[in-house]
Write a protein of this length. Structure first.
Length: 318
């Protein structure tokens, strides 16, 4: 199976960690007048307003996250970043933000009309996933992927509110394709070439060891955060290669190592910053990378290739 754009992970800027989980403060807070600030030399600095031109606090998620990272790294600034909602008009609280007020009160014991809320970016959405064609077919016969697990519509940076596109429209397309293909029952139903299979071995009696899962989570947290760079990514690849060579891996563990390797290697190979993928060592977008990544297993190891982005008509967006 091929996976696309696994390096594009959207971090939401206005999250609040609460007891091991993250409370999401909706983008509506920024659109109604919420402002981000950090303490600079002891004074609140509304950095998006100064650094992002007229869009100010309304910049896209990836840009807000990038600027948060930059200001938090400055010696004259003291994290955390705060979401200041004190200037939001009463009518907006009543009509559109009632839920935010309730949740801040319930989970944070903060009245956001009076007190700024400390925030930090957290993982929100995977733009990448199982690579599907315009009819939602993966490169395995009779396998269709829809919604967040699929890589189809969102490129490098999904815009807020449109996961419905993949879930509802994609679901309709995939269901129609599945019915048609079932009726025809064609052996060669898929649009992509198959890229190799995991060699068959009998692992079925083995259970996943929680330690490996936790380690892969740590690896991802370490090198696939809001900002990535070469050395950390390479270090992670080397550790994952060692893990892959271990004996007696359970099937879940093999799959986990392969998927995490595919994510890290996709991020390593994309030596630029684009959308949600930010590299401190390659801070700008580079035209030669205006392509999708595709990760696949060749029977021995994970490989990454770059694919041209289909023209609108080819992609079905007409
Ligand atoms: C806090 C938050 C707020 C969001 N707000 C918005 C928003 O305002 N607008 C918007 O467009 N998008 C929003 N999103 C994104 C959107 O909610 C998701 O992208 C969307 O729900 C994904 O739908 P899905 O059906 O693809 O996957 P999911 O909703 O994740 O459904 C997958 C299902 O599969 C089940 N499952 C998993 N593994 C297995 C298994 N092995 N066997 C059987 N079942 C399994 C899961 O339990 C789950 O029920 C938000 C996301 C978050 C986290």
């Amino acid at each position: 199976m091929e996976f696309g754009n696994l390096e594009f992970i959207q971090y939401h800027p206005t999250m609040v960690p609460v007891s091991g989980k993250n409370l999401l403060i909706s983008e509506a807070a920024r659109s109604e007048g919420g402002r981000l600030y950090i303490e600079r030399n002891g004074v609140p600095w509304y950095f998006l307003e100064e650094l992002c031109g007229p869009e100010g606090n309304l910049v896209s998620r990836n840009l807000a996250v990038r600027k948060m990272y930059e200001v938090c790294s400055r010696p004259d600034c003291r994290p955390p970043v705060y979401l200041d909602m004190r200037e939001i008009p009463e009518v907006a609280w009543q009509k559109r933000l009632e839920g935010i007020k309730e949740e801040c009160g319930k989970f944070l014991n903060i009245n956001p009309e009076k007190t700024p809320v400390p925030i930090e970016p957290a993982v929100h959405y995977f733009m990448g996933g199982i690579l599907v064609d315009e009819r939602h077919r993966a490169n395995k016969n009779f396998l269709y992927a829809v919604g967040e697990c699929a890589c189809q519509y969102h490129g490098a940076n999904r815009l807020g509110g449109n996961s419905m596109l993949g879930a509802l429209y994609g679901g309709k397309v995939a269901a129609r394709t599945a019915v048609e293909e079932l009726e025809k029952y064609r052996a060669a139903a898929c649009g992509f070439q198959e890229k190799g299979n995991i060699p068959e071995k009998n692992f079925e009696t083995q259970r996943e060891d929680g330690a490996l899962r936790r380690r892969t989570e740590e690896i991802l947290s370490g090198c696939m955060g809001t900002v990535r760079e070469e050395t950390e990514l390479q270090k992670a690849v080397r550790e994952l290669e060692k893990m892959w060579k271990r004996e007696h891996l359970a099937p879940e563990e093999r799959n986990r190592i392969l998927l995490v390797s595919a994510m890290v290697m996709s991020a390593l190979e994309r030596r630029e910053s684009r959308g949600a993928h930010i590299r401190s060592d390659y801070p700008d977008a580079r035209p030669e990378f205006q392509k999708s990544t595709a990760a696949y297993f060749d029977g021995k190891q994970v490989r990454i290739r770059f694919r041209d982005i289909p023209a609108d008509k080819e992609a079905g967006n007409v």
